[in-house]
Design a protein around this ligand. Structure first.
Ligand code: NAD
Length: 468
């Protein structure tokens, strides 16, 4: 006799307390099948609506998110351990992106191209059903970066959140229905990557995959998409430099550096975890950096004063620890902040100095509150070090010399750079990676076009003519 099949479930933990806060059924490949069929039907209804009506519904979705901002933020605090201020910003980012995308619906125009013998026009047609596979580090915004422009361009969206963070995604899908979007147009499939995620990637009814996650899984997803000739966007990892030249405002650079790698406990693909400092300013910069790191408030993410919460899981905590010996001295020195004891996946802010530039902590994405500081000699050396990684997602440079800012911005191989700032992801501007950090761009003015096929139509003014 065989044992009855036990349905698979996902236990959602509060990472600050390790308590199970919800148990969610895990989607199977059969669930994905059903969802794709329903989404395809909903997409036909959606694409047939007048653009102004689709825009209006997306704006209503944005308003509905706004009305539930605090609820979404508190859910993000509980399931992802994000500090309250960040969680509020993230829910607001979803609202803003829906609004911004709604503005694109009525402006998604093709072109009229001069040709002989008639006229030529292009149409930007929706792809159909789009699969969005999201990671756990920014569950709400990353879901929206894929879903909002895809919906605006006339597609249906199936979102597979990470195993550890399905709750905000599920709530978001509920709000879409409350706002009046057609049923099944935006569905959430909580489930395991190799089951529900793989089923989405392999499903012939899914026209494009937007994947955000690790480089390893991203490569495998891209290979599967290639076998189906499926469109794919990859947003992967990073090991981003923060380059501080001796001519910079060192106080400002040192003050800004801690949260550029400690925000979201360092679980940020854009975290500036390689702090490169010009030799002449190295000692002074460390003197300024140490107190700034030590005073970062780590603790209860629900407290308004907290700047950094826990890591997402025990597995992530073990991974971070593996890069730093218990005494905290992987290199010649270290700056350590504080973290609570007791339950929860806590790790203190940590800065390592004296490491070789090719040490694992200096080259691999740790995805925790750990940065390294490395000295450099001159501009060429800074660029060489900045580019000495497989990744190329983000980076910052601090200098008072505008010419240098331009030269270095052009020489660093990364998709998103900021000068005298750590700004990375803004919904107005394109976001994505060079090298192993990904393929394609999200956000910005062209975001909707990435969810369309271009169709070219020539209309002859001389019927029957073969000329041209
Ligand atoms: P991950 O690669 O383990 O998982 C990401 C998603 O892929 C999850 O939903 C997971 O369930 C799913 N998945 C796993 N195996 C799959 C498979 N075989 N087929 C289909 N889907 C599968 O990544 P993670 O640990 O959740 O996220 C952390 C990583 O994400 C980091 O490397 C980080 O840098 C990266 N990230 C990148 C960006 C960006 O925009 N570039 C943003 C945030 C996070």
């Amino acid at each position: 006799m065989t044992a009855p099949d036990v349905p698979d479930v996902l236990d959602v933990l509060n990472p600050a307390t390790e308590e199970v806060i919800a148990t969610v059924p895990a989607a199977t490949a059969a669930d994905v099948d059903t969802a794709v069929a329903r989404a395809a039907a909903a997409q036909r209804i959606w694409a047939a609506l007048a653009p102004a009506d689709r825009a209006r519904l997306l704006r209503r979705f944005a308003v509905t998110v706004d009305e539930h901002l605090e609820e979404l933020a508190l859910l993000e605090v509980r399931e992802a351990g994000h500090v309250l201020g960040n969680a509020r910003w993230e829910a607001g980012n979803v609202r803003d992106l829906l609004d911004y995308s709604a503005g694109g619906v009525e402006r998604l125009t093709g072109r009229q191209i001069p040709v002989p013998g008639g006229i030529d026009v292009t149409f930007l047609e929706p792809l159909g059903v789009v699969g969005v596979i999201a990671p756990w580090n920014f569950p709400l915004p990353i879901a929206a970066w894929g879903a909002a422009p895809a919906l605006a361009a006339g597609n249906a969206v199936l979102l597979k959140p990470a195993e550890t963070t399905p709750l905000t995604a599920l709530r978001l899908a509920g709000l879409a229905v409350e706002a009046g979007l057609p049923e099944h147009l935006f569905q959430v499939l909580p489930g395991r990557g190799p089951v529900a995620g793989a089923a989405l990637v392999d499903h012939p009814g899914v026209a494009k995959i937007v994947f955000t996650g690790s480089a390893g899984v991203g490569r495998a997803v891209m290979a599967r998409c290639a076998t189906h000739m499926k469109r794919v966007t990859l947003e992967l990892g990073g090991k981003s430099p923060n380059i501080v030249f001796a001519d910079a405002d060192l106080e400002a650079a040192a003050l800004a550096a801690p949260m550029s790698f400690l925000d979201n406990s360092g679980q940020d693909c854009c975290a500036r975890t390689r702090i490169l400092v010009q030799r002449g300013a190295y000692d002074r910069f460390l003197e300024l950096l140490a107190p700034a790191v030590e005073k970062v408030v780590v603790g209860d993410p629900g407290d308004e004063q907290t700047q950094m919460g826990p890591l997402i899981s025990r597995a992530q905590l073990d991974r971070v620890r593996s890069y730093v010996p218990e005494d905290g001295t992987a290199g010649a020195g270290a700056i350590r902040g504080s973290a609570p004891d007791g339950p929860g996946f806590w790790y203190p802010p940590t800065v390592l100095t004296g490491l070789a530039p090719d040490a694992p902590a200096a080259t691999e994405e740790i995805f925790g509150p750990v940065a390294v500081v490395l000295p450099f000699d001159d501009e060429a050396d800074a660029v060489r070090l900045a580019n000495a990684t497989d990744y190329g997602l983000s980076g910052s440079l601090w200098t008072r010399d505008v010419g240098r800012a331009l030269r270095v911005s052009q020489a660093v191989q990364a998709g998103n750079l900021s000068v005298n700032s750590h700004a990375s992801v803004r919904y107005w501007t394109p976001f994505g990676g060079y090298k192993h950090s990904g393929i394609g761009r999200e956000l910005g003015p062209d975001a909707l076009a990435a969810f369309t096929e271009t169709k070219n139509v020539f209309i002859s003014s001389v019927p029957g003519s073969t000329e041209g």
